[in-house]
Design a protein around this ligand. Structure first.
Ligand code: SF4
Length: 368
Protein backbone atom coordinates (compact mmCIF):
# COMPACT_ATOMS: atom_id res chain seq x y z
CA UNK A 1 0.00 0.00 0.00
CA UNK A 2 1.03 3.59 -0.62
CA UNK A 3 0.19 6.74 1.25
CA UNK A 4 0.50 10.49 0.83
CA UNK A 5 -0.08 13.39 3.20
CA UNK A 6 -0.56 17.10 2.53
CA UNK A 7 -1.98 20.22 4.12
CA UNK A 8 -5.24 21.86 3.07
CA UNK A 9 -7.17 24.88 4.35
CA UNK A 10 -9.23 22.64 6.66
CA UNK A 11 -6.71 20.08 7.94
CA UNK A 12 -3.95 17.70 6.90
CA UNK A 13 -5.14 14.96 4.52
CA UNK A 14 -3.72 11.45 4.43
CA UNK A 15 -4.57 9.25 1.43
CA UNK A 16 -3.96 5.49 1.47
CA UNK A 17 -4.43 3.03 -1.41
CA UNK A 18 -2.88 1.00 -4.20
CA UNK A 19 -3.53 0.05 -7.83
CA UNK A 20 -7.01 -1.16 -6.83
CA UNK A 21 -8.00 2.36 -5.81
CA UNK A 22 -8.15 4.83 -2.93
CA UNK A 23 -8.94 2.94 0.29
CA UNK A 24 -8.72 5.71 2.94
CA UNK A 25 -8.82 9.48 3.09
CA UNK A 26 -8.05 10.43 6.67
CA UNK A 27 -8.91 13.97 7.77
CA UNK A 28 -6.23 14.57 10.37
CA UNK A 29 -8.20 17.03 12.49
CA UNK A 30 -7.06 15.67 15.87
CA UNK A 31 -10.75 15.50 16.76
CA UNK A 32 -13.48 12.88 16.57
CA UNK A 33 -13.51 9.23 17.50
CA UNK A 34 -11.57 7.74 14.62
CA UNK A 35 -8.09 6.50 15.43
CA UNK A 36 -5.55 6.28 12.63
CA UNK A 37 -1.87 5.41 12.30
CA UNK A 38 0.39 5.20 9.29
CA UNK A 39 1.52 1.56 9.00
CA UNK A 40 5.21 0.61 8.72
CA UNK A 41 4.22 -1.52 5.75
CA UNK A 42 3.03 1.47 3.69
CA UNK A 43 5.32 3.48 1.42
CA UNK A 44 4.97 7.20 0.93
CA UNK A 45 4.32 7.98 -2.72
CA UNK A 46 3.02 11.48 -3.44
CA UNK A 47 3.20 11.03 -7.21
CA UNK A 48 0.94 7.96 -7.04
CA UNK A 49 -1.73 10.15 -5.39
CA UNK A 50 -1.26 13.21 -7.57
CA UNK A 51 -4.76 12.89 -9.03
CA UNK A 52 -6.37 12.39 -5.60
CA UNK A 53 -4.48 15.38 -4.23
CA UNK A 54 -5.37 17.57 -7.22
CA UNK A 55 -9.08 16.73 -7.02
CA UNK A 56 -9.29 17.23 -3.25
CA UNK A 57 -7.42 20.55 -3.59
CA UNK A 58 -9.80 21.64 -6.36
CA UNK A 59 -12.74 20.81 -4.09
CA UNK A 60 -11.17 22.88 -1.30
CA UNK A 61 -10.66 25.75 -3.74
CA UNK A 62 -14.37 25.63 -4.62
CA UNK A 63 -13.67 24.53 -8.18
CA UNK A 64 -14.87 20.91 -7.96
CA UNK A 65 -18.30 19.60 -6.96
CA UNK A 66 -17.81 15.86 -7.65
CA UNK A 67 -14.92 13.40 -7.91
CA UNK A 68 -13.71 11.07 -10.60
CA UNK A 69 -11.38 8.63 -8.85
CA UNK A 70 -10.95 4.87 -8.56
CA UNK A 71 -12.17 3.97 -5.08
CA UNK A 72 -11.58 0.82 -3.06
CA UNK A 73 -13.13 1.28 0.41
CA UNK A 74 -13.01 -1.80 2.63
CA UNK A 75 -16.26 -2.76 4.38
CA UNK A 76 -19.22 -5.11 4.46
CA UNK A 77 -21.60 -5.44 1.52
CA UNK A 78 -24.18 -3.38 3.43
CA UNK A 79 -21.71 -0.61 4.24
CA UNK A 80 -20.62 -0.41 0.62
CA UNK A 81 -24.26 -0.11 -0.44
CA UNK A 82 -24.73 2.84 1.94
CA UNK A 83 -21.48 4.49 0.81
CA UNK A 84 -22.57 4.13 -2.82
CA UNK A 85 -25.85 5.90 -1.96
CA UNK A 86 -23.90 8.72 -0.30
CA UNK A 87 -22.10 9.48 -3.54
CA UNK A 88 -25.48 10.34 -5.08
CA UNK A 89 -26.08 13.31 -2.71
CA UNK A 90 -25.49 16.48 -4.75
CA UNK A 91 -22.88 19.05 -3.73
CA UNK A 92 -24.19 21.58 -1.22
CA UNK A 93 -27.31 19.59 -0.31
CA UNK A 94 -28.16 17.92 2.97
CA UNK A 95 -30.24 14.77 3.41
CA UNK A 96 -31.32 12.77 6.45
CA UNK A 97 -30.33 9.23 7.42
CA UNK A 98 -33.89 8.24 6.57
CA UNK A 99 -33.44 9.50 2.99
CA UNK A 100 -30.43 7.24 2.55
CA UNK A 101 -32.26 4.34 4.21
CA UNK A 102 -35.07 4.82 1.71
CA UNK A 103 -32.61 5.02 -1.18
CA UNK A 104 -31.17 1.60 -0.32
CA UNK A 105 -34.63 0.07 0.05
CA UNK A 106 -35.33 -0.02 3.80
CA UNK A 107 -36.86 3.17 5.18
CA UNK A 108 -36.70 1.87 8.75
CA UNK A 109 -32.93 1.31 8.68
CA UNK A 110 -31.90 4.88 9.64
CA UNK A 111 -29.86 3.64 12.59
CA UNK A 112 -27.97 1.06 10.51
CA UNK A 113 -27.35 3.73 7.88
CA UNK A 114 -25.95 5.99 10.60
CA UNK A 115 -23.56 3.24 11.69
CA UNK A 116 -22.37 2.60 8.12
CA UNK A 117 -22.06 6.36 7.57
CA UNK A 118 -19.75 6.67 10.56
CA UNK A 119 -17.47 3.93 9.16
CA UNK A 120 -17.05 5.62 5.75
CA UNK A 121 -13.27 5.49 5.14
CA UNK A 122 -13.25 8.06 2.30
CA UNK A 123 -15.00 11.18 3.63
CA UNK A 124 -15.42 14.25 1.38
CA UNK A 125 -15.10 12.08 -1.76
CA UNK A 126 -17.89 9.85 -0.39
CA UNK A 127 -19.74 12.82 1.15
CA UNK A 128 -21.01 11.47 4.47
CA UNK A 129 -20.86 15.06 5.84
CA UNK A 130 -24.03 15.81 3.82
CA UNK A 131 -26.13 13.53 6.04
CA UNK A 132 -27.81 15.12 9.09
CA UNK A 133 -30.42 14.16 11.66
CA UNK A 134 -34.16 14.47 11.00
CA UNK A 135 -34.25 17.82 12.88
CA UNK A 136 -31.33 19.17 10.85
CA UNK A 137 -28.91 18.57 13.74
CA UNK A 138 -25.41 17.65 12.60
CA UNK A 139 -25.26 14.53 14.86
CA UNK A 140 -21.86 12.78 14.74
CA UNK A 141 -18.83 12.80 12.47
CA UNK A 142 -15.84 10.49 12.79
CA UNK A 143 -13.39 13.39 12.34
CA UNK A 144 -15.17 15.78 14.69
CA UNK A 145 -18.27 17.95 14.31
CA UNK A 146 -16.23 21.09 13.67
CA UNK A 147 -15.00 19.95 10.26
CA UNK A 148 -18.43 18.57 9.38
CA UNK A 149 -19.92 22.02 9.99
CA UNK A 150 -17.08 23.67 8.04
CA UNK A 151 -17.53 21.38 5.03
CA UNK A 152 -21.27 22.05 4.96
CA UNK A 153 -20.71 25.84 5.17
CA UNK A 154 -17.98 25.66 2.55
CA UNK A 155 -20.29 23.96 0.06
CA UNK A 156 -23.18 26.28 0.85
CA UNK A 157 -21.10 29.44 0.39
CA UNK A 158 -19.29 28.24 -2.73
CA UNK A 159 -22.64 27.13 -4.17
CA UNK A 160 -23.94 30.69 -3.64
CA UNK A 161 -20.77 32.16 -5.12
CA UNK A 162 -20.94 30.04 -8.26
CA UNK A 163 -24.71 30.57 -8.62
CA UNK A 164 -24.23 34.34 -8.54
CA UNK A 165 -21.14 34.31 -10.74
CA UNK A 166 -22.88 32.21 -13.39
CA UNK A 167 -25.88 34.58 -13.36
CA UNK A 168 -24.15 37.98 -13.15
CA UNK A 169 -20.66 37.28 -14.53
CA UNK A 170 -17.45 38.99 -13.34
CA UNK A 171 -18.17 42.33 -11.65
CA UNK A 172 -14.66 43.79 -12.00
CA UNK A 173 -14.84 45.79 -8.82
CA UNK A 174 -14.13 48.26 -7.22
CA UNK A 175 -16.07 50.74 -9.44
CA UNK A 176 -13.34 53.40 -9.30
CA UNK A 177 -10.88 54.70 -11.91
CA UNK A 178 -7.76 54.39 -9.74
CA UNK A 179 -6.61 52.69 -6.55
CA UNK A 180 -6.56 56.04 -4.77
CA UNK A 181 -10.09 56.85 -5.90
CA UNK A 182 -11.09 53.44 -4.49
CA UNK A 183 -9.59 54.33 -1.08
CA UNK A 184 -11.30 57.73 -0.95
CA UNK A 185 -14.49 56.14 -2.30
CA UNK A 186 -14.49 53.61 0.57
CA UNK A 187 -14.75 56.52 3.00
CA UNK A 188 -17.27 58.49 0.94
CA UNK A 189 -19.62 55.51 0.54
CA UNK A 190 -20.19 55.23 4.29
CA UNK A 191 -23.95 55.63 4.93
CA UNK A 192 -24.78 56.44 1.32
CA UNK A 193 -24.93 54.84 -2.12
CA UNK A 194 -22.35 54.81 -4.90
CA UNK A 195 -24.36 57.23 -7.05
CA UNK A 196 -23.86 59.98 -4.46
CA UNK A 197 -20.18 59.06 -4.16
CA UNK A 198 -19.77 59.51 -7.91
CA UNK A 199 -21.22 63.03 -7.66
CA UNK A 200 -18.75 63.84 -4.89
CA UNK A 201 -15.84 62.33 -6.83
CA UNK A 202 -16.78 64.38 -9.89
CA UNK A 203 -16.50 67.53 -7.77
CA UNK A 204 -13.01 66.45 -6.74
CA UNK A 205 -11.96 65.63 -10.26
CA UNK A 206 -9.21 67.20 -12.25
CA UNK A 207 -6.99 64.33 -11.19
CA UNK A 208 -7.78 62.77 -7.82
CA UNK A 209 -4.32 62.28 -6.35
CA UNK A 210 -3.08 62.31 -2.74
CA UNK A 211 -0.92 65.34 -3.51
CA UNK A 212 -3.90 67.30 -4.86
CA UNK A 213 -6.07 66.43 -1.86
CA UNK A 214 -3.23 67.28 0.48
CA UNK A 215 -3.20 70.79 -0.98
CA UNK A 216 -6.93 71.18 -0.26
CA UNK A 217 -8.05 72.43 3.14
CA UNK A 218 -10.46 70.26 5.12
CA UNK A 219 -13.17 72.87 4.48
CA UNK A 220 -12.57 72.78 0.74
CA UNK A 221 -12.80 68.98 0.67
CA UNK A 222 -16.02 69.15 2.71
CA UNK A 223 -17.53 71.60 0.28
CA UNK A 224 -16.67 69.39 -2.73
CA UNK A 225 -17.89 66.10 -1.25
CA UNK A 226 -21.22 67.50 -0.01
CA UNK A 227 -23.30 65.11 -2.25
CA UNK A 228 -22.02 62.09 -0.30
CA UNK A 229 -23.63 63.33 2.94
CA UNK A 230 -21.93 63.69 6.36
CA UNK A 231 -19.44 65.76 4.36
CA UNK A 232 -17.74 67.54 7.26
CA UNK A 233 -17.10 64.29 9.10
CA UNK A 234 -15.97 62.60 5.92
CA UNK A 235 -13.57 65.46 5.06
CA UNK A 236 -11.97 64.99 8.48
CA UNK A 237 -11.69 61.24 7.85
CA UNK A 238 -10.12 61.79 4.42
CA UNK A 239 -7.55 64.14 5.92
CA UNK A 240 -6.73 61.58 8.64
CA UNK A 241 -6.39 58.86 6.02
CA UNK A 242 -4.08 61.09 3.93
CA UNK A 243 -1.83 61.69 6.92
CA UNK A 244 -1.53 57.93 7.37
CA UNK A 245 -0.94 57.31 3.66
CA UNK A 246 1.77 59.99 3.58
CA UNK A 247 3.72 57.74 5.97
CA UNK A 248 4.06 55.39 2.99
CA UNK A 249 5.02 58.28 0.68
CA UNK A 250 1.69 57.71 -1.10
CA UNK A 251 3.09 54.55 -2.64
CA UNK A 252 0.56 51.74 -2.71
CA UNK A 253 3.31 49.17 -3.34
CA UNK A 254 4.80 49.96 0.06
CA UNK A 255 1.43 49.43 1.76
CA UNK A 256 0.88 46.15 -0.07
CA UNK A 257 4.18 44.82 1.28
CA UNK A 258 2.75 44.82 4.81
CA UNK A 259 1.15 41.65 6.16
CA UNK A 260 -2.64 41.78 6.17
CA UNK A 261 -3.30 41.57 9.91
CA UNK A 262 -0.92 44.31 11.04
CA UNK A 263 -2.04 46.52 8.16
CA UNK A 264 -5.67 46.00 9.17
CA UNK A 265 -4.88 47.00 12.75
CA UNK A 266 -3.13 50.13 11.51
CA UNK A 267 -6.10 51.08 9.31
CA UNK A 268 -8.51 50.61 12.21
CA UNK A 269 -6.52 53.14 14.24
CA UNK A 270 -7.16 55.89 11.66
CA UNK A 271 -10.00 58.26 12.54
CA UNK A 272 -13.18 57.21 10.73
CA UNK A 273 -11.95 53.87 9.37
CA UNK A 274 -14.16 51.11 10.72
CA UNK A 275 -13.98 47.40 10.01
CA UNK A 276 -16.11 47.45 6.85
CA UNK A 277 -14.16 50.37 5.34
CA UNK A 278 -10.82 48.81 6.28
CA UNK A 279 -11.80 45.47 4.71
CA UNK A 280 -12.92 47.20 1.51
CA UNK A 281 -9.54 48.94 1.24
CA UNK A 282 -7.65 45.76 2.11
CA UNK A 283 -9.45 43.67 -0.50
CA UNK A 284 -9.82 46.15 -3.32
CA UNK A 285 -6.73 48.37 -2.98
CA UNK A 286 -4.11 46.61 -0.85
CA UNK A 287 -4.58 43.06 -2.21
CA UNK A 288 -5.17 41.33 1.12
CA UNK A 289 -8.40 39.26 1.03
CA UNK A 290 -10.87 40.06 3.82
CA UNK A 291 -14.55 39.12 3.61
CA UNK A 292 -16.61 42.30 3.82
CA UNK A 293 -19.66 42.04 6.09
CA UNK A 294 -21.86 44.83 4.85
CA UNK A 295 -25.64 45.12 5.12
CA UNK A 296 -26.14 43.20 1.84
CA UNK A 297 -23.95 40.26 2.88
CA UNK A 298 -25.61 40.00 6.28
CA UNK A 299 -29.14 40.21 4.90
CA UNK A 300 -28.63 37.73 2.05
CA UNK A 301 -26.67 35.13 3.99
CA UNK A 302 -29.10 35.27 6.91
CA UNK A 303 -32.03 34.80 4.55
CA UNK A 304 -30.35 31.86 2.84
CA UNK A 305 -30.10 30.20 6.25
CA UNK A 306 -26.56 30.98 7.35
CA UNK A 307 -26.19 31.71 11.09
CA UNK A 308 -24.39 35.05 11.19
CA UNK A 309 -22.79 35.99 14.52
CA UNK A 310 -23.75 39.57 15.46
CA UNK A 311 -20.17 40.67 16.07
CA UNK A 312 -18.45 41.78 12.81
CA UNK A 313 -15.14 39.94 13.13
CA UNK A 314 -16.71 36.72 14.43
CA UNK A 315 -18.95 36.72 11.38
CA UNK A 316 -16.10 37.53 9.00
CA UNK A 317 -13.84 34.83 10.45
CA UNK A 318 -16.59 32.22 10.30
CA UNK A 319 -16.87 32.79 6.54
CA UNK A 320 -13.14 33.20 5.92
CA UNK A 321 -12.43 29.87 7.66
CA UNK A 322 -14.38 27.95 5.04
CA UNK A 323 -13.86 29.72 1.71
CA UNK A 324 -10.64 29.61 -0.32
CA UNK A 325 -8.22 32.39 0.62
CA UNK A 326 -8.08 33.76 -2.94
CA UNK A 327 -8.20 37.50 -3.55
CA UNK A 328 -10.20 37.01 -6.76
CA UNK A 329 -12.97 35.10 -4.93
CA UNK A 330 -13.20 37.70 -2.14
CA UNK A 331 -13.25 40.50 -4.69
CA UNK A 332 -16.03 38.97 -6.78
CA UNK A 333 -18.04 37.51 -3.87
CA UNK A 334 -18.65 40.91 -2.26
CA UNK A 335 -19.50 42.56 -5.58
CA UNK A 336 -21.89 39.73 -6.50
CA UNK A 337 -23.70 39.98 -3.16
CA UNK A 338 -24.14 43.72 -3.70
CA UNK A 339 -25.52 43.01 -7.17
CA UNK A 340 -28.02 40.48 -5.76
CA UNK A 341 -28.95 42.85 -2.93
CA UNK A 342 -29.74 45.63 -5.36
CA UNK A 343 -31.65 43.50 -7.87
CA UNK A 344 -33.43 40.84 -5.84
CA UNK A 345 -32.63 40.61 -2.15
CA UNK A 346 -33.87 44.08 -1.22
CA UNK A 347 -35.48 44.90 2.12
CA UNK A 348 -38.66 43.50 0.56
CA UNK A 349 -37.13 40.71 -1.50
CA UNK A 350 -38.05 40.06 -5.09
CA UNK A 351 -37.39 36.32 -5.16
CA UNK A 352 -38.70 35.72 -8.69
CA UNK A 353 -35.72 34.90 -10.85
CA UNK A 354 -33.25 35.04 -7.96
CA UNK A 355 -30.22 33.02 -9.14
CA UNK A 356 -29.79 31.40 -5.72
CA UNK A 357 -33.50 30.89 -5.05
CA UNK A 358 -33.08 27.09 -5.06
CA UNK A 359 -30.58 27.35 -2.22
CA UNK A 360 -32.70 29.72 -0.12
CA UNK A 361 -35.67 28.73 2.00
CA UNK A 362 -36.53 32.30 3.06
CA UNK A 363 -39.91 32.27 1.35
CA UNK A 364 -40.89 28.98 2.96
CA UNK A 365 -39.72 30.16 6.38
CA UNK A 366 -41.39 33.54 6.08
CA UNK A 367 -44.70 32.62 4.55
CA UNK A 368 -45.19 29.09 5.96
S1 SF4 B 1 -34.62 33.76 -2.82
FE1 SF4 B 1 -35.35 35.78 -2.13
S2 SF4 B 1 -34.73 35.93 0.03
FE2 SF4 B 1 -33.54 34.26 -0.89
S3 SF4 B 1 -31.61 35.21 -1.56
FE3 SF4 B 1 -33.02 35.26 -3.32
S4 SF4 B 1 -34.06 37.27 -3.20
FE4 SF4 B 1 -33.10 36.88 -1.19
Amino acid sequence: MFYSRWETQFCEMIAVGDEDGLAILHLNTGEGKRTFEISDRWTRNDVFFSDVRAQVDEYMAGRRVSFSLKLNPQGTTYQKKVWQALTEIPYGQLVTYKTIARAIGNEKASRAVGMANSKNPIPIIVPCHRVVGASGKLTGFAHGLKIKEELILHEKLMGIYHGLFDAFGPQEWWPAKTDFEMMVGAILVQNTNWGNVELALNNLDGGLTPQRLEAFSEEKIAERIRPSGYYQQKAKKIKAFLTWYAGYEYQIGKVRERDGESLRQELLEIHGIGRETADCMLTYAFEHPYFIIDAYARRILERVGFEMPKEYDACREKIENVIPKELMIYNEFHALLVQLGKNHCKKNPNCNGCPIGAQCNYKERTFA
